[in-house]
Ligand binder design. Structure first.
Ligand code: PFF
Length: 454
């Protein structure tokens, strides 16, 4: 493996983003996903509303942002897949060769997430079809049992999982600019437009003030340890850090682009979309007299009921689920790319062969996840079925561990000149970033990790 890197040569031979705005869109595409539209609203609903939002924003800015900057910096420095990036930067900084192996953690993590994310995206695809037909006449009982019935139907689950894996592979196979960038540059603005229209609609036909109140009326008493830890976990998941995605996306970034400022735009876009999605969902939920603390079933078990009775609910429901599909699609694209880049760069696969091989493996593992809700309900490891195992292994162990090691690596191990030359920050801003990545981020991640394992 060659260790010498001449940045602009690497840009010429590997793919690269056309410009800074394209980069912001693809990064936002990765960050904005089911985490924003499915997970954020239900976590807000279950964790006391505004208290959760406030702590989440603090975690996002303090910890998530610093880690995002660190990952992009690593990728752009090395201009390689996540495994090679660690090896190169570790070598350049004279670090122990074991640091070069950390990238493998992120690879296993992103593989696990990708395998179950396509299953969840499959649920959304099924609901998009149901929304196309319309939810008219559905009762509360039918809305919540509809989701349970879906989980007990392996053929439907596997069908949509297969479709979604093909959709993801079908984009990534065309490469960085013609595939990933083009898809994001279409889907992200479309997603934003749909969300803005839905917000405008809720202003007139739903209870937006109640949603606003619920999400922003600050109530200090509701902040407790569990709210803080949930908010931290959500901040990591939503920014896609700890999975090599941002390292690989950063590796296609041109040298002149300012990493901190661009990362700030990505965090801002991700937050804006999460808050807008939350407002839309709660405005609808409150207008229909439903409860906000419905948990993970908020999106699929509650909203169809609301769409069934609202004026214009048919169109609204359909647009809403299209929006969720776009969000999930751009995120799953960003999960496939680090895996493809690894096979292409380290094992000399062609892009086509790399994408097909990974999609096939993810498809197989995803089938086990689909079956864990029905036929294989009793097949467990450590008490968990395949779906929960993939979710827990990545979310509770691999992602936090990899995030922790990235923070230690970039904060303490990588030479300061290397970091400073990539980030090009003024003294005060650099000092703030450095101490966050050195102290605050590792402590915060340890806290989530220990709590998650309890
Ligand atoms: N950030 C995505 C979301 O909020 O849905 C999820 C995600 C994408 C996680 C990419 C991990 C990843 F590598």
């Amino acid at each position: 493996m060659s260790i010498e890197i001449t940045a602009n040569d690497a840009v010429a031979t590997r793919g690269h983003w056309s410009n800074r705005w394209a980069f912001i869109l693809v990064m936002a595409g990765s960050a904005v996903g089911l985490g924003n539209i499915w997970r954020f609203p239900y976590m807000t609903g279950s964790n006391g509303g505004s208290a959760f939002v406030l702590v989440y924003l603090a975690c996002l800015l303090a910890v998530g942002f610093s880690l995002l900057v660190a990952e992009i910096m690593l990728g752009r420095r090395a201009r390689a897949n996540s495994v090679t990036s660690f090896a190169r930067v570790a070598h350049e900084s004279g670090a122990h060769p074991l640091w070069g192996k950390v990238g493998w953690l992120s690879i296993v993590s992103v593989f696990c997430i990708f395998s179950f994310y396509t299953v969840v995206a499959g649920w959304v695809m099924e609901y998009t079809m149901r929304a196309a037909v319309g939810f008219a006449g559905i009762t509360a009982e039918q809305a919540s049992s509809g989701f349970k019935t879906l989980l007990s139907s392996p053929d439907i689950l596997i069908f949509w999982h297969t479709v979604f894996v093909l959709m993801t592979g079908g984009v990534v196979i065309f490469g960085v600019t013609k595939g990933i960038e083009r898809a994001n540059c279409f889907m992200m603005p479309a997603l934003f437009l749909i969300l803005v229209s839905m917000l405008a609609y809720t202003m007139f036909s739903a209870d937006l003030p109640a949603a606003f109140n619920f999400m922003f009326r600050f109530d200090i008493e509701k902040i407790n340890q569990s709210v803080i830890l949930s908010a931290l976990g959500q901040a990591f998941f939503t920014l896609s850090v700890g999975n090599g995605t941002m390292i690989v996306y950063g590796s296609y970034l041109k040298s002149e682009t300012a990493i901190p400022r661009t990362s700030l735009y990505v965090v801002a876009a991700d937050t804006l979309i999460a808050i807008m999605a939350g407002l839309v969902i709660f405005a609808i939920v409150f207008a229909q007299g439903l409860k906000p603390d419905f948990g993970p079933g908020l999106l699929l078990g509650t909203l169809p009921l609301a769409f069934s009775t609202m004026p214009g609910g048919h169109l609204l429901g359909f647009s809403f689920f299209i929006l969720v599909v776009f969000a999930a699609w751009t995120s799953s694209i960003s999960m496939l790319e680090p895996l493809a880049a690894l096979l292409i760069e380290r094992f000399q696969f062609s892009r086509k062969k790399a994408v097909i091989s990974i999609c096939f493996c993810v498809w197989l593992v995803g089938i086990a996840a689909c079956l864990s809700f029905n036929h294989w309900q009793d097949v467990t490891l450590f008490g968990l079925g395949a779906f929960d195992l993939l979710d827990s292994l990545s979310g509770k162990i691999l992602m936090p561990l990899s995030g922790f090691l990235i923070a230690i690596f970039c904060g303490w191990i990588v030479k300061r000149e290397v970091v400073r030359s990539e980030l090009r920050l003024g003294d005060t801003a650099y000092f703030a970033w450095e101490w966050t990545i050195r102290i605050i981020a590792p402590i915060a991640i340890l806290a989530i990790g220990i709590n998650a394992l309890q």
